[in-house]
Ligand binder design. Structure first.
Ligand code: CU
Length: 147
């Protein structure tokens, strides 16, 4: 009986030590920019959004195709053209009212060597430009995991 207890205890400890918690990254938003690291390690990453601004913001996280150029993306988007050929499906979206940090997080398994773009498409008025075109975009390069 004692040996069985020891075996169960060992298994439990082993399961706990092999599961790695996601790397928490809180993206800061204001008018009109994101503050976030230029690069992040590969692996499970839990994105949050903290809105320090005076209007609502969102962050869309999208992985770019290898040759995607940010200026080309901005040009196409400004022309109301699709730039879906330059990216994958968005990994997800967080939104935050002014002064709010999202209680939930967006969990993304970042891939080494890839680039992810953060964008905000909110507008302050129907005829106003999307925040992306006022500077709310940020490119993040993923480096090898430090392990
Ligand atoms: Cu915004």
């Amino acid at each position: 009986m004692l040996s069985l207890l020891v075996a169960v205890t060992t298994l439990t400890v082993s399961a706990c030590t092999t599961a790695k918690a996601p790397n928490p990254v809180v993206v800061q938003a204001n008018e009109y920019a994101f503050t976030a690291p230029d690069s992040l390690p590969a692996g499970a990453t839990a994105f949050g959004l903290a809105n320090g601004g005076k209007v609502a913001h969102e962050v869309i996280v999208v992985r770019l195709r290898p040759n995607a150029d940010i200026q080309e993306i901005l040009r196409l988007d400004r022309a109301d053209s699709s730039w879906s050929a330059l990216r994958d499906q968005p990994s997800g979206i967080l939104t935050a009212e002014p002064g709010v940090t999202t209680p939930g997080q967006l969990l993304i398994n970042l891939q080494a060597g890839e680039r992810y773009l953060l964008v905000c498409n909110f507008r302050d008025a129907e005829a106003a430009p999307a925040h992306m075109h006022l500077g709310m975009f940020k490119l993040i390069t993923v480096r090898e995991s430090s392990e």
